[in-house]
Design a protein around this ligand. Structure first.
Ligand SMILES: [Mn+2]
Length: 273
């Protein structure tokens, strides 16, 4: 126990993973399904020069229906602000669940800036439009009640997912996402995802940039659409994924298994040293 703690301490200091930028979205702090535990694990092991919060970080929308704010969610906010205090530049691009913060467009609080959208230039000179993505969602633009209905169905599937994974865990099976499975199986959802991705890519084409980084649909991706790069950071409700830019300027999608493997590899370096 004592030795594993020592390794843990070591990782926090000398053996953290260093990247140039991290892009996170759809954390949904204030919602019961937020995986704040995993996000804290990620944030404690990854050091970044710039952190892009790509919307739906605090789920103000959900908190109005169901006030939920455990200590763990406070710890995430404190960890984020701690990073800003220690030199990480945080660019916050609010989403539709935290749209109240869009009024702060252009505001700078020390190392924390709020923008409606933002163009990030990578170390390799690639220009990426950063936007949460709800503006590409025809349902949200056309009808708010349809979006609310969609959100209700989504909550229901997450609730089912929680129960299912409790049973899977009891029998020793790894975590499995029902919502991701449903989304990949249902044809309509696939059409929706494809249209969303193309709409997002077209926004980047119109801006004359090399690609887009967005979130919103909780579907991590790194692919090409309409001749530009389409990156979706995913979420911290089911996928626990992030997009990172390494020091050479390469963008990479980190799914849960990827960043866990990177942390474990770094820990082994710590033990060897
Ligand atoms: Mn959203």
């Amino acid at each position: 126990m004592a030795s594993s703690q020592a390794v843990h301490m070591d990782m926090h200091t000398r053996h953290a993973i260093h990247v140039r930028s991290v892009f996170l979205s759809d954390v949904h702090l204030g919602a019961r399904e937020c995986r704040a535990d995993l996000l804290l694990d990620f944030l404690h092991h990854v050091h970044m020069q710039q952190l892009f919060l790509v919307g739906d970080i605090v789920d103000v929308w959900n908190m109005r229906r169901d006030f939920f704010w455990p200590q763990l969610h406070n710890n995430v906010l404190r960890t984020l602000l701690g990073k800003a205090k220690h030199g990480t530049r945080i660019i916050y691009v609010p989403g539709n669940h935290d749209e109240e913060f869009r009024d702060l467009d252009g505001t700078v609080f020390g190392n924390l800036e709020v923008h409606r959208d933002y163009v990030h230039t990578t170390q390799r000179g690639r220009r990426m439009l950063i936007s949460h993505g709800d503006e590409f969602d025809a349902n949200v633009n056309c009808s708010r009640w349809l979006a609310a209905l969609g959100s209700g169905m989504y909550d229901l599937s997450l609730g089912l997912n929680r129960g299912l994974n409790r049973v899977r865990r009891a029998f020793g099976f790894p975590y499995w996402s029902l919502a991701t499975y449903l989304k990949s199986k249902v044809g309509n959802a696939m059409t929706y995802v494809h249209r969303f991705e193309e709409a997002a890519a077209q926004a980047a084409v119109r801006r004359g940039v090399d690609g887009i980084v967005c979130g919103h649909i909780h579907r991590p991706a790194d692919t090409e659409r309409c001749g530009v790069r389409y990156c979706n950071t995913g979420d911290w409700v089911e996928n626990c994924s992030a997009l990172i830019e390494d020091h050479s300027g390469e963008l990479r999608l980190w799914q849960l298994a990827d960043w866990r493997a990177a942390i474990n590899a770094q820990a082994r370096v710590g033990v060897a040293a």
